[in-house]
Ligand binder design. Structure first.
Ligand SMILES: *Cc1c(COP(=O)(O)O)cnc(C)c1O
Length: 435
């Protein structure tokens, strides 16, 4: 399998190159050059295939021969010490819990696979001392999945930039207490400064001798593994017939992975994006006009995206036709008040506590079922409710428990380097550390 840019279908690269590049040189996003047909692979899966076995075989089916079965097995077993869980919360609504990884959010699936794949593929490069330096900016939540995933990978250094005073205390702990190969830079500036600095480092000629790489959510190495749990969920549910996936969405990476699985032959044809007030895609499907705008702050803040980066992949997948887009995806938006109300109601009626992102999905599941009463739905649950204590408490009056993995961080010591918010501040720091 080769990959091309969404902006230029002529030049193709292998998975390894696409992964280490992150973004294609022309600024586009990588996508498969051809649509593989994996129908036989999917239908041959048993109803109790373990997640890691499915993931390794899927990786080989998709990325072989570049990635051999041996390497795929090693990548998967290092990446996934956790897996998805299905919970039938009420008649017709099943929740696919994706928050049992180290940072308690679904981004652990993508980040863990990427970190493990990079580490194993560096080890295979002809130069035995191949290393990579990951530079990444975070506004809080996404950086912790990356930090956890890359921690202790022996061929990789990770530099995380975060805006001083603008992340929550728990988020700061997640970024600054790992130590080892993970270094946090506390930037005296905004998230936009952090992002601009990281971006500038990649094109800075004074840093061109360093093996810099990124771990952005648009990386193919994060996108592909997100399709594994759609397939896994289908193996468990397919005996019950047709169903729909409801996906809480911000950058639309998660749902893109599901739509790719469908394009590759997974026999599930109903995908519904659930957004908060940042409803650029629902509006696009309604009006046919794609109009990105600045993001609005909501309770489901990991989905506060005004210009979803994977829109470009979806537009490409659907050959730039809004009608084709509409025939594969529905998109609904849920406001903050309804989000709170839903958290409270789901807790009251089902004894199930969900995070604000999952609540957006749950509400859309209800709306979808009003229209399609005979179709069961699977709501992807993207974070542990204990990561959003304030909102969940406001909604239910109940304080959710902080997950054990995060609780342990609270008394660890913060270690971070303070840096200014200029591009040269990051350059000087990198040169001081790596020469
Ligand atoms: C990132 C994130 C989302 C949105 O996922 P996309 O792939 O950006 O659509 C939803 N929920 C949580 C908790 C997240 O961290």
């Amino acid at each position: 399998m080769k990959f091309v840019s969404t902006r230029n279908h002529e030049v193709s690269v292998g998975f390894t190159e696409a992964m280490f590049n992150g973004l294609a040189p022309d600024g586009g996003l990588y996508r498969p050059e051809h649509t593989p047909n994996l129908s036989q692979f999917f239908t041959g899966l048993s109803a109790d295939v373990p997640f890691n076995e499915l993931a390794a075989d899927f990786t080989t089916a998709l990325l072989g021969p570049e990635i051999s079965p041996d390497i795929a097995g090693n990548i998967i077993n290092d990446a996934f010490t956790f897996g998805p869980k299905l919970r039938e919360v009420r008649d017709g609504i099943t929740v696919l819990e994706l928050f049992h990884g180290p940072s308690c959010a679904f981004k652990d699936f993508g980040a863990s696979f990427l970190a493990s794949a990079m580490n194993h593929l560096l080890a295979r490069k002809s130069d035995n001392n191949s290393r990579a330096i990951i530079v990444t900016a975070t506004s809080g939540d996404t950086g912790s999945a990356v930090a956890q995933a890359f921690h202790d990978k022996d061929r990789i250094d990770v530099i995380i930039l975060y805006p001083s005073g603008r992340v929550s205390p728990l988020q700061e702990k997640q970024l600054t207490t790992l130590g080892g190969n993970v270094t946090a830079l506390e930037v005296g500036g905004s998230f936009d400064d952090c992002q601009r600095m990281a971006k500038a480092a990649f094109t800075d000629p004074k840093l061109s001798h360093l093996p810099l790489s990124s771990a952005n959510s648009i990386n193919l190495g994060r996108l592909i593994p997100q399709s594994f749990y759609y397939v896994w969920a289908w193996t468990r549910l397919r005996s019950r017939g047709d169903f729909a996936f409801i996906v809480p969405s911000g950058n639309f990476g998660n749902i893109t992975a599901g739509l790719y699985a469908a394009a590759w032959g997974l026999p599930v044809n109903r995908y519904v994006a659930a957004t908060n007030a940042n409803d650029v895609v629902p509006q696009y499907l309604k009006t046919g006009r794609y109009e990105p705008r600045p993001s609005l702050a909501t309770f489901s803040n990991a989905m506060d995206v005004g210009a979803p980066s994977n829109y470009e992949r979806l537009d490409d997948l659907f050959s730039r036709s809004v009608d084709a887009f509409r025939s594969h995806v529905e998109a609904w938006s849920v406001d903050d008040e309804t989000t709170l109300e839903t958290i409270a109601r789901v807790e009251k009626e089902n004894g199930y506590l969900c995070c604000p992102h999952t609540a957006v999905g749950w509400r859309v599941a209800e709306l979808y079922r009003e229209k399609n009463p005979e179709v069961p739905v699977v709501v992807l649950s993207t974070a542990h409710p204990g990561k959003f204590i304030e909102t969940v408490k406001q909604a239910t009056g109940r304080t959710p428990e902080l997950p054990e993995a995060l609780f342990r961080l609270m008394d660890r010591k913060k270690e971070a380097f303070s840096v200014g918010n200029g591009d040269a501040d990051l350059r000087d720091w990198l040169l001081g550390r790596f020469g």
